[in-house]
Design a protein around this ligand. Structure first.
Ligand SMILES: [Zn+2]
Length: 409
Protein backbone atom coordinates (compact mmCIF):
# COMPACT_ATOMS: atom_id res chain seq x y z
CA UNK A 1 0.00 0.00 0.00
CA UNK A 2 1.20 3.46 -0.85
CA UNK A 3 0.20 6.81 0.49
CA UNK A 4 0.92 10.28 -0.76
CA UNK A 5 1.57 13.30 1.35
CA UNK A 6 2.27 16.96 0.85
CA UNK A 7 4.62 19.18 2.82
CA UNK A 8 4.70 22.93 2.68
CA UNK A 9 7.74 24.89 3.75
CA UNK A 10 8.45 28.57 3.71
CA UNK A 11 11.39 29.58 1.52
CA UNK A 12 13.31 32.83 1.62
CA UNK A 13 14.58 33.82 -1.80
CA UNK A 14 16.72 36.96 -1.82
CA UNK A 15 15.69 39.86 -4.00
CA UNK A 16 17.30 38.53 -7.14
CA UNK A 17 15.82 35.06 -6.68
CA UNK A 18 12.35 36.35 -5.89
CA UNK A 19 12.44 38.52 -9.01
CA UNK A 20 13.42 35.41 -10.89
CA UNK A 21 10.42 33.51 -9.49
CA UNK A 22 8.07 36.39 -10.26
CA UNK A 23 9.44 36.54 -13.78
CA UNK A 24 8.92 32.79 -14.24
CA UNK A 25 5.37 33.10 -12.97
CA UNK A 26 4.68 35.79 -15.55
CA UNK A 27 6.12 33.57 -18.27
CA UNK A 28 4.08 30.63 -17.02
CA UNK A 29 0.91 32.71 -17.08
CA UNK A 30 1.81 33.90 -20.60
CA UNK A 31 2.28 30.36 -21.83
CA UNK A 32 -0.94 29.17 -20.19
CA UNK A 33 -2.95 31.99 -21.70
CA UNK A 34 -1.17 31.62 -25.04
CA UNK A 35 -2.18 27.98 -25.43
CA UNK A 36 -5.69 28.78 -24.27
CA UNK A 37 -6.05 31.64 -26.73
CA UNK A 38 -5.24 29.40 -29.68
CA UNK A 39 -7.57 26.74 -28.39
CA UNK A 40 -10.35 29.26 -28.00
CA UNK A 41 -9.85 30.52 -31.56
CA UNK A 42 -9.91 26.93 -32.81
CA UNK A 43 -13.08 26.21 -30.89
CA UNK A 44 -14.83 29.33 -32.11
CA UNK A 45 -13.97 28.51 -35.71
CA UNK A 46 -15.41 25.02 -35.45
CA UNK A 47 -17.38 23.99 -32.39
CA UNK A 48 -17.27 20.35 -33.38
CA UNK A 49 -13.57 20.18 -33.96
CA UNK A 50 -11.82 17.75 -31.69
CA UNK A 51 -9.33 19.54 -29.52
CA UNK A 52 -7.29 16.82 -27.95
CA UNK A 53 -3.95 16.44 -26.34
CA UNK A 54 -1.97 16.56 -29.55
CA UNK A 55 -3.87 19.59 -30.85
CA UNK A 56 -3.07 21.40 -27.64
CA UNK A 57 0.52 20.28 -27.86
CA UNK A 58 0.67 21.86 -31.33
CA UNK A 59 -0.73 25.07 -29.86
CA UNK A 60 1.95 25.03 -27.22
CA UNK A 61 4.71 24.64 -29.80
CA UNK A 62 3.29 27.52 -31.85
CA UNK A 63 3.03 29.72 -28.78
CA UNK A 64 6.65 29.08 -27.89
CA UNK A 65 7.85 29.54 -31.47
CA UNK A 66 6.31 33.02 -31.45
CA UNK A 67 7.64 33.94 -28.04
CA UNK A 68 11.11 32.56 -27.50
CA UNK A 69 11.34 34.05 -24.04
CA UNK A 70 9.08 31.21 -22.86
CA UNK A 71 12.03 28.87 -23.30
CA UNK A 72 13.40 30.36 -20.09
CA UNK A 73 10.88 28.18 -18.29
CA UNK A 74 12.24 24.84 -17.21
CA UNK A 75 11.08 22.21 -19.70
CA UNK A 76 9.21 20.12 -17.13
CA UNK A 77 7.49 23.22 -15.81
CA UNK A 78 6.30 23.96 -19.33
CA UNK A 79 4.99 20.44 -19.49
CA UNK A 80 3.09 21.00 -16.26
CA UNK A 81 1.54 24.20 -17.65
CA UNK A 82 0.43 22.20 -20.64
CA UNK A 83 -1.19 19.66 -18.34
CA UNK A 84 -3.02 22.43 -16.48
CA UNK A 85 -4.52 23.69 -19.75
CA UNK A 86 -5.34 20.15 -20.78
CA UNK A 87 -7.18 19.56 -17.51
CA UNK A 88 -9.07 22.83 -17.78
CA UNK A 89 -10.12 21.65 -21.23
CA UNK A 90 -11.15 18.20 -20.19
CA UNK A 91 -13.25 19.75 -17.44
CA UNK A 92 -14.84 22.07 -19.95
CA UNK A 93 -15.78 19.18 -22.23
CA UNK A 94 -17.09 17.22 -19.29
CA UNK A 95 -19.29 20.16 -18.33
CA UNK A 96 -20.52 20.46 -21.93
CA UNK A 97 -21.44 16.81 -21.89
CA UNK A 98 -23.27 17.09 -18.58
CA UNK A 99 -25.14 20.09 -19.92
CA UNK A 100 -26.19 18.13 -22.99
CA UNK A 101 -27.46 15.38 -20.72
CA UNK A 102 -29.77 17.90 -19.17
CA UNK A 103 -27.90 19.17 -16.15
CA UNK A 104 -28.74 22.82 -15.60
CA UNK A 105 -25.40 24.57 -15.59
CA UNK A 106 -23.17 26.89 -17.55
CA UNK A 107 -20.41 25.05 -19.37
CA UNK A 108 -18.04 28.05 -19.07
CA UNK A 109 -15.06 28.00 -21.42
CA UNK A 110 -11.73 27.74 -19.53
CA UNK A 111 -10.75 31.18 -18.31
CA UNK A 112 -7.61 33.12 -18.95
CA UNK A 113 -5.56 33.52 -15.82
CA UNK A 114 -4.74 36.92 -14.46
CA UNK A 115 -1.44 37.61 -12.81
CA UNK A 116 -2.75 37.15 -9.31
CA UNK A 117 -4.41 33.88 -10.21
CA UNK A 118 -1.25 32.30 -11.52
CA UNK A 119 1.10 31.77 -8.65
CA UNK A 120 2.79 28.43 -8.72
CA UNK A 121 5.44 26.64 -10.74
CA UNK A 122 5.60 22.88 -10.67
CA UNK A 123 8.65 20.71 -11.02
CA UNK A 124 6.91 17.42 -11.66
CA UNK A 125 9.81 15.05 -11.12
CA UNK A 126 12.67 14.72 -8.75
CA UNK A 127 15.27 14.39 -11.48
CA UNK A 128 17.80 16.90 -10.29
CA UNK A 129 15.68 19.96 -11.08
CA UNK A 130 15.60 20.70 -7.38
CA UNK A 131 17.79 19.63 -4.50
CA UNK A 132 17.89 20.29 -0.79
CA UNK A 133 21.18 20.55 0.98
CA UNK A 134 21.13 21.43 4.65
CA UNK A 135 18.79 24.39 4.78
CA UNK A 136 19.16 25.46 1.18
CA UNK A 137 16.85 24.66 -1.68
CA UNK A 138 18.30 24.84 -5.16
CA UNK A 139 15.87 25.10 -8.06
CA UNK A 140 16.81 24.88 -11.72
CA UNK A 141 16.61 28.22 -13.56
CA UNK A 142 15.91 30.09 -10.35
CA UNK A 143 18.79 29.55 -7.95
CA UNK A 144 19.39 28.77 -4.31
CA UNK A 145 17.38 29.98 -1.34
CA UNK A 146 16.99 29.28 2.35
CA UNK A 147 14.25 26.81 3.26
CA UNK A 148 12.66 26.40 6.66
CA UNK A 149 12.41 22.64 7.07
CA UNK A 150 10.30 22.57 10.21
CA UNK A 151 9.25 18.95 9.73
CA UNK A 152 10.93 15.89 8.41
CA UNK A 153 9.55 14.54 5.16
CA UNK A 154 8.63 10.87 5.08
CA UNK A 155 8.78 8.89 1.90
CA UNK A 156 10.22 9.51 -1.51
CA UNK A 157 9.91 13.03 -2.90
CA UNK A 158 7.96 13.07 -6.14
CA UNK A 159 7.23 16.66 -7.09
CA UNK A 160 7.99 20.17 -5.95
CA UNK A 161 6.03 23.33 -6.43
CA UNK A 162 7.18 26.89 -5.82
CA UNK A 163 4.32 29.06 -4.69
CA UNK A 164 3.83 32.73 -4.08
CA UNK A 165 1.24 33.59 -1.49
CA UNK A 166 0.57 37.10 -0.25
CA UNK A 167 4.11 38.18 -0.97
CA UNK A 168 5.70 35.15 0.71
CA UNK A 169 7.18 32.12 -1.01
CA UNK A 170 6.71 28.43 -0.29
CA UNK A 171 7.99 25.13 -1.55
CA UNK A 172 5.41 22.34 -1.56
CA UNK A 173 6.70 18.80 -1.86
CA UNK A 174 4.69 15.69 -2.46
CA UNK A 175 6.05 12.40 -1.28
CA UNK A 176 4.99 8.81 -1.70
CA UNK A 177 5.75 6.01 0.64
CA UNK A 178 4.71 2.55 1.50
CA UNK A 179 2.39 2.74 4.46
CA UNK A 180 2.54 0.59 7.52
CA UNK A 181 0.34 -2.51 7.44
CA UNK A 182 -2.89 -2.15 9.37
CA UNK A 183 -2.19 -4.82 11.91
CA UNK A 184 -3.50 -3.18 15.06
CA UNK A 185 -6.36 -4.95 16.78
CA UNK A 186 -9.40 -2.73 16.44
CA UNK A 187 -10.58 -2.67 20.02
CA UNK A 188 -11.57 0.96 20.34
CA UNK A 189 -12.96 2.32 17.09
CA UNK A 190 -14.30 5.83 17.00
CA UNK A 191 -15.99 7.94 14.38
CA UNK A 192 -15.87 11.61 13.76
CA UNK A 193 -18.47 13.95 12.41
CA UNK A 194 -18.10 17.56 11.40
CA UNK A 195 -20.66 19.13 13.65
CA UNK A 196 -22.89 22.13 13.39
CA UNK A 197 -21.79 23.78 16.61
CA UNK A 198 -18.74 21.63 17.08
CA UNK A 199 -15.66 21.26 14.98
CA UNK A 200 -15.87 17.54 15.61
CA UNK A 201 -18.24 15.25 17.45
CA UNK A 202 -16.98 11.78 18.35
CA UNK A 203 -19.19 8.72 18.53
CA UNK A 204 -18.23 8.25 22.20
CA UNK A 205 -19.84 11.58 23.04
CA UNK A 206 -16.79 13.84 23.14
CA UNK A 207 -16.93 17.09 21.24
CA UNK A 208 -14.40 19.75 20.25
CA UNK A 209 -15.75 23.26 19.85
CA UNK A 210 -15.19 25.26 16.71
CA UNK A 211 -12.25 27.58 17.24
CA UNK A 212 -13.37 31.16 17.73
CA UNK A 213 -10.99 32.54 15.16
CA UNK A 214 -13.07 31.01 12.35
CA UNK A 215 -15.77 33.58 12.89
CA UNK A 216 -13.46 36.44 13.66
CA UNK A 217 -11.35 35.88 10.56
CA UNK A 218 -14.41 35.42 8.40
CA UNK A 219 -15.68 38.82 9.48
CA UNK A 220 -12.41 40.45 8.52
CA UNK A 221 -12.34 38.66 5.17
CA UNK A 222 -15.86 39.79 4.42
CA UNK A 223 -14.89 43.35 5.28
CA UNK A 224 -11.95 43.33 2.87
CA UNK A 225 -14.19 41.92 0.17
CA UNK A 226 -16.51 44.86 0.53
CA UNK A 227 -13.62 47.31 0.44
CA UNK A 228 -12.25 45.71 -2.73
CA UNK A 229 -15.63 45.87 -4.40
CA UNK A 230 -15.90 49.57 -3.61
CA UNK A 231 -12.52 50.57 -4.98
CA UNK A 232 -12.11 51.13 -8.69
CA UNK A 233 -10.59 48.40 -10.81
CA UNK A 234 -6.91 48.76 -11.54
CA UNK A 235 -6.37 51.35 -8.82
CA UNK A 236 -3.44 51.15 -6.43
CA UNK A 237 -5.79 51.29 -3.46
CA UNK A 238 -7.67 48.28 -4.73
CA UNK A 239 -4.45 46.32 -5.22
CA UNK A 240 -3.50 47.18 -1.68
CA UNK A 241 -6.79 45.92 -0.34
CA UNK A 242 -6.37 42.70 -2.36
CA UNK A 243 -3.01 42.17 -0.72
CA UNK A 244 -4.62 42.67 2.67
CA UNK A 245 -7.26 40.10 1.81
CA UNK A 246 -4.59 37.59 0.79
CA UNK A 247 -2.83 38.29 4.04
CA UNK A 248 -6.04 37.50 5.96
CA UNK A 249 -6.45 34.18 4.15
CA UNK A 250 -2.86 33.32 4.78
CA UNK A 251 -3.22 34.08 8.47
CA UNK A 252 -6.34 32.02 8.89
CA UNK A 253 -4.73 29.12 7.02
CA UNK A 254 -1.65 29.21 9.22
CA UNK A 255 -3.65 29.54 12.40
CA UNK A 256 -6.00 26.70 11.56
CA UNK A 257 -3.16 24.53 10.31
CA UNK A 258 -1.74 24.68 13.79
CA UNK A 259 -5.08 23.81 15.34
CA UNK A 260 -5.58 20.85 12.97
CA UNK A 261 -2.11 19.48 13.68
CA UNK A 262 -2.65 19.58 17.43
CA UNK A 263 -6.10 18.04 17.28
CA UNK A 264 -5.14 15.21 14.90
CA UNK A 265 -2.08 14.33 16.97
CA UNK A 266 -4.10 14.35 20.17
CA UNK A 267 -6.73 12.04 18.66
CA UNK A 268 -4.20 9.53 17.38
CA UNK A 269 -2.58 9.47 20.83
CA UNK A 270 -5.75 9.15 22.88
CA UNK A 271 -6.17 5.39 22.73
CA UNK A 272 -8.49 4.91 19.76
CA UNK A 273 -7.63 2.09 17.39
CA UNK A 274 -9.42 3.17 14.21
CA UNK A 275 -11.20 6.19 12.80
CA UNK A 276 -14.26 6.45 10.58
CA UNK A 277 -15.21 9.76 8.99
CA UNK A 278 -17.88 10.82 6.58
CA UNK A 279 -16.87 11.30 3.00
CA UNK A 280 -17.60 14.89 2.13
CA UNK A 281 -18.41 16.00 -1.34
CA UNK A 282 -15.79 18.57 -2.24
CA UNK A 283 -17.92 19.89 -5.10
CA UNK A 284 -20.78 20.55 -2.71
CA UNK A 285 -18.44 22.12 -0.23
CA UNK A 286 -17.27 24.61 -2.79
CA UNK A 287 -20.76 25.77 -3.48
CA UNK A 288 -21.23 27.48 -0.20
CA UNK A 289 -21.00 31.19 0.06
CA UNK A 290 -20.20 32.22 3.55
CA UNK A 291 -16.65 32.74 4.62
CA UNK A 292 -16.97 31.18 8.06
CA UNK A 293 -18.28 28.01 6.45
CA UNK A 294 -15.61 27.89 3.78
CA UNK A 295 -12.92 28.39 6.42
CA UNK A 296 -14.39 25.50 8.38
CA UNK A 297 -14.66 23.27 5.30
CA UNK A 298 -11.08 23.90 4.28
CA UNK A 299 -9.97 23.31 7.82
CA UNK A 300 -11.94 20.08 8.08
CA UNK A 301 -10.40 18.84 4.86
CA UNK A 302 -6.88 19.47 6.05
CA UNK A 303 -7.70 17.97 9.43
CA UNK A 304 -8.97 14.76 7.83
CA UNK A 305 -5.90 14.55 5.68
CA UNK A 306 -3.61 14.95 8.67
CA UNK A 307 -5.58 12.49 10.74
CA UNK A 308 -5.53 9.91 7.95
CA UNK A 309 -1.78 9.91 7.56
CA UNK A 310 -1.09 10.10 11.26
CA UNK A 311 -3.47 7.22 11.95
CA UNK A 312 -2.08 5.12 9.12
CA UNK A 313 1.48 5.81 10.19
CA UNK A 314 0.53 4.46 13.59
CA UNK A 315 -0.91 1.31 11.99
CA UNK A 316 -4.56 2.25 12.57
CA UNK A 317 -7.32 1.95 10.04
CA UNK A 318 -8.80 5.09 8.59
CA UNK A 319 -12.18 4.61 6.95
CA UNK A 320 -14.28 6.95 4.87
CA UNK A 321 -17.99 6.30 4.78
CA UNK A 322 -20.83 7.52 2.68
CA UNK A 323 -22.31 10.54 4.44
CA UNK A 324 -25.86 10.30 3.09
CA UNK A 325 -28.50 10.65 5.82
CA UNK A 326 -26.10 10.26 8.71
CA UNK A 327 -27.80 13.23 10.38
CA UNK A 328 -31.36 12.11 9.65
CA UNK A 329 -31.02 8.48 10.70
CA UNK A 330 -31.70 7.34 14.26
CA UNK A 331 -28.54 5.67 15.52
CA UNK A 332 -30.63 3.33 17.65
CA UNK A 333 -33.42 2.03 15.41
CA UNK A 334 -32.52 3.26 11.91
CA UNK A 335 -35.62 5.42 11.51
CA UNK A 336 -35.08 8.33 9.10
CA UNK A 337 -36.66 11.67 9.90
CA UNK A 338 -36.13 15.28 8.83
CA UNK A 339 -33.56 17.21 10.85
CA UNK A 340 -33.74 20.93 10.17
CA UNK A 341 -30.57 22.88 11.04
CA UNK A 342 -32.31 24.48 14.00
CA UNK A 343 -32.91 21.12 15.69
CA UNK A 344 -29.95 20.45 17.92
CA UNK A 345 -31.23 17.24 19.49
CA UNK A 346 -32.24 14.10 17.72
CA UNK A 347 -35.47 12.87 19.24
CA UNK A 348 -36.58 9.70 17.49
CA UNK A 349 -40.29 9.54 16.75
CA UNK A 350 -40.17 5.73 16.68
CA UNK A 351 -37.95 4.54 19.54
CA UNK A 352 -37.76 7.75 21.56
CA UNK A 353 -33.96 8.04 21.53
CA UNK A 354 -32.85 11.48 22.64
CA UNK A 355 -29.31 12.47 21.75
CA UNK A 356 -27.19 15.41 20.51
CA UNK A 357 -27.57 15.67 16.73
CA UNK A 358 -23.81 15.64 16.01
CA UNK A 359 -23.15 12.66 18.24
CA UNK A 360 -26.06 10.78 16.68
CA UNK A 361 -24.53 11.38 13.23
CA UNK A 362 -21.17 10.31 14.51
CA UNK A 363 -22.52 6.98 15.79
CA UNK A 364 -24.09 6.35 12.39
CA UNK A 365 -20.74 6.93 10.73
CA UNK A 366 -19.13 4.47 13.08
CA UNK A 367 -21.76 1.85 12.29
CA UNK A 368 -21.28 2.29 8.58
CA UNK A 369 -17.52 2.13 8.97
CA UNK A 370 -17.89 -1.14 10.84
CA UNK A 371 -20.36 -2.53 8.35
CA UNK A 372 -17.67 -2.26 5.74
CA UNK A 373 -19.56 0.13 3.53
CA UNK A 374 -16.28 1.86 3.41
CA UNK A 375 -13.10 2.09 1.49
CA UNK A 376 -9.84 2.90 3.17
CA UNK A 377 -7.74 5.79 2.03
CA UNK A 378 -4.48 3.98 1.69
CA UNK A 379 -5.15 2.41 -1.66
CA UNK A 380 -2.52 4.39 -3.46
CA UNK A 381 -4.96 5.12 -6.25
CA UNK A 382 -6.18 8.40 -4.97
CA UNK A 383 -3.61 11.02 -4.28
CA UNK A 384 -5.45 13.34 -2.00
CA UNK A 385 -5.66 17.07 -2.45
CA UNK A 386 -2.43 18.72 -1.58
CA UNK A 387 -2.31 20.35 1.75
CA UNK A 388 -3.43 23.91 1.49
CA UNK A 389 -4.87 23.42 -1.95
CA UNK A 390 -8.38 23.05 -0.66
CA UNK A 391 -8.30 26.34 1.13
CA UNK A 392 -7.25 27.95 -2.10
CA UNK A 393 -9.95 26.34 -4.11
CA UNK A 394 -12.56 27.32 -1.62
CA UNK A 395 -11.16 30.78 -1.58
CA UNK A 396 -11.54 31.14 -5.31
CA UNK A 397 -15.07 29.97 -5.19
CA UNK A 398 -16.19 32.23 -2.43
CA UNK A 399 -14.23 35.30 -3.37
CA UNK A 400 -14.96 35.22 -7.05
CA UNK A 401 -18.62 34.43 -6.45
CA UNK A 402 -18.92 31.17 -8.32
CA UNK A 403 -17.61 31.89 -11.75
CA UNK A 404 -17.39 28.16 -12.08
CA UNK A 405 -14.02 28.27 -13.78
CA UNK A 406 -11.14 25.93 -13.23
CA UNK A 407 -9.70 25.86 -9.74
CA UNK A 408 -7.15 28.38 -8.71
CA UNK A 409 -3.58 27.21 -9.14
ZN1 LIG B 1 -35.09 5.44 16.83
Amino acid sequence: MFSARAYRFRVYPDRKRSEEIDCMLILAQRLYNGILEKAKAGYEKDRNARINESTLNGYMKETIANDKELLKLYSQTRQDIFIRVLKAYQNFFRRCKEKKQGKRMAAGFPRFKSRDRYRSLTYPQDNGAFTIEKNRLRVARIGTMRIELHREMEGKIKTMMIKRDAGDYYAVFTTVRESAPNDMADTQPVSIDMGLDNFVALSDGKTIKKPRFFKMRARRIARWQIIIARRSKGSKRRDKAKLQLEEEWKNVTNQSNDFEHKLSTALVKSGYTSFAVEKLNVQDMMKNHNFAQSIQNASWNRFIQMLSYKAESAGMKFIEVNAANTTKTCSNCGNIQEMPLSTREYICSICGLQIDRDINASINILKRGRAGLARTYAQGDSVRLQQGATAKELRTYSVVDNRGGSPHL
